[in-house]
Design a protein around this ligand. Structure first.
Ligand code: XMP
Length: 319
């Protein structure tokens, strides 16, 4: 019988049988899938689980602290936080090409993760939040996750003396089932029903070259947009929504002065499968509130635009 409680119990028992008294490593991203795996494994094997959380400097506002608070502080999961903002931004400096940026971010992540894995000598298992749709489309390697799966499957990216067996408790589940399982395991509703966030994070939402100043500005704009979407009840009516940083300057007036600052675009879409998507018909009043707040609260933004492109031909992300 498919109930979240039964699925959880079954997954926990299977992982206990597979792992025994050995140790498991998990790359925790803070996304739904890896979070549910962390919660499951924590229930199943407790302190035999070690998570590595890499803060690449391209996360949303306060995201790193939130992940640590939920898993390490509240749940008592063993989480190694790697603050790697400088490393990522250093490697991204001067690079404007979207696919090259993706590769840099993906490869840097794997280097860091391998490094951390190498420090833990007695780990036998690697847990992954692979879900059923990932299994089906594992050939398509655009997602950061598929990238990690591939690199770990062909073990080439890992230290040579290390052989991991995979633990993939979500392999047979669809996304909505994973979310229900997350709720069953006590993860908060807002976390479990959060919009998807790409592996390269703000790296592909800052058009062209990524800079720390840009990321800081974008984080604040994005947080305002999401806050107002939630407040108005529109967050759950959209599939994905975010702000995009456009590194062009535009003129505005503030009081008696003139301001010449950056532009952000707001993107919100409705979709079932993320293969096609319709731009969300957000109420004008909501857009007005968001744009007013962004321009008034963030001095380095002088203009806000709303993206009215559907997919296809436009993609959901801008890069
Ligand atoms: P596009 O922009 O291709 O996005 O319409 C479709 C969905 O995929 C996400 N996306 C990514 N996810 N790594 C990821 O993990 C990526 O490089 C990547 N690019 C796009 C995007 O956020 C949307 O949900």
């Amino acid at each position: 019988l498919w109930t979240p409680a039964n699925i959880a119990q079954d997954a926990i028992e299977r992982m206990q049988a597979q792992v025994g008294d050995r140790k498991v490593l998990l790359a925790l991203s803070g996304g739904v899938d890896s979070s549910v795996v962390a919660a499951l494994l924590h229930k199943a094997i407790g302190s035999q689980l070690t998570c590595v959380f890499v803060d690449n400097g391209l996360l949303r506002l306060n995201e790193g602290d939130q992940v640590m608070k939920m898993f390490a502080d509240n749940m008592g999961v063993k989480v190694i936080r790697v603050d790697a903002e400088d490393l990522f931004l250093g490697k991204l400096a001067g690079e404007a090409d979207p696919e090259v940026k993706r590769k840099i971010i993906g490869n840097t992540f794997i280097d860091i993760f391998d490094d951390e894995a190498g420090k833990l000598t007695d780990v036998d298992f690697l847990a992954q939040g692979t879900i059923y749709p990932d299994v089906i489309e594992s050939a398509a390697s655009k997602t950061g996750k598929a990238h990690v799966i591939k690199s770990h499957h062909n073990v080439g990216g890992l230290p040579e003396d290390m052989q991991f067996e995979l633990v993939e408790p979500l392999r047979e589940l669809f996304k909505d089932e994973v979310r229900k399982l997350g709720l069953e395991l006590g993860l908060p509703y807002d976390m479990v029903y959060r919009h998807p966030f790409p592996g390269p994070g703000l790296g592909v939402r800052i058009l062209g070259e990524v800079k720390k100043d840009y990321a800081d500005i974008l984080r604040r704009a994005d947080a305002i947009f999401i806050e107002e979407l939630r407040r108005s009840g529109w967050y759950d009516k959209t599939s994905q929504a975010f702000a995009v940083f456009l590194p062009v300057k535009s003129v505005g007036v503030v009081g008696d002065g003139r301001r010449y600052e950056y532009v952000v675009a707001l993107r919100a879409v409705e979709t079932i499968d993320f293969m096609t998507a319709r731009w969300a018909h957000l109420p004008y009043e909501l857009l007005e509130t968001v744009s007013g707040r962004i321009i008034n609260e963030i001095e380095h933004i002088s203009r806000v635009t709303y993206d009215v492109s559907s997919k296809p031909p436009a993609t959901i992300e801008w890069e």
